[in-house]
Design a protein around this ligand. Structure first.
Ligand SMILES: [Zn+2]
Length: 153
């Protein structure tokens, strides 16, 4: 049985109780698993905020990456299946038109930010000018207008 001395608790233990490590002479970590666990826990407690922040950032970044991936995938799919999609669109023209109409009517009714964005763009705003604040303002304006119209009727 191979053994190693733990650098933390100084006990001599079987290598089974050490985590593997590529970049050390022994091929194992210098601390035994039990000490590593305690060390990690202590490290986490002491650096909780930093670690959480790091994890959050990492997840955020990954989310963006995934979004890009999906976009890329869709783009490739559309390119590779151009004819098939065209055929499908031709065969289902009315159904698709109806769906688009339904979608637009839906977002108009709900005052979805997407709809507000389209409105603002049509009014001559550039994409970088359309902030959340502007969208909110526009939403309120439209709501007010709708209310006025309702009262008039
Ligand atoms: Zn140990």
């Amino acid at each position: 049985m191979e053994t190693l001395k733990c650098s933390k608790c100084k006990e001599i233990k079987s290598t089974d109780l050490f985590g593997k490590h590529k970049n050390t002479k022994t091929g194992f970590q210098s601390m035994c698993k039990i000490c590593t666990k305690g060390y990690n826990k202590q490290f986490y407690i002491e650096n909780k905020e930093r670690i959480d922040e790091h994890q959050k950032k990492y997840q955020e970044k990954n989310k963006e990456k995934n979004k890009e991936k999906i976009k890329e995938h869709n783009k490739r799919y559309r390119k590779e299946n151009k004819e098939k999609i065209k055929q499908y669109q031709k065969e289902n023209k009315e159904k698709l038109n109806e769906q688009v109409k339904q979608y637009h009517s839906n977002i108009r009714e709900k005052l979805d930010p997407i709809y507000i964005k389209i409105l603002l763009k049509n009014q001559g705003f550039k994409a970088e000018q359309i902030t959340d604040e502007l969208i909110q303002l526009k939403t309120i304006t439209i709501k007010t207008q709708r209310l006025c119209n309702q009262l008039k009727n």
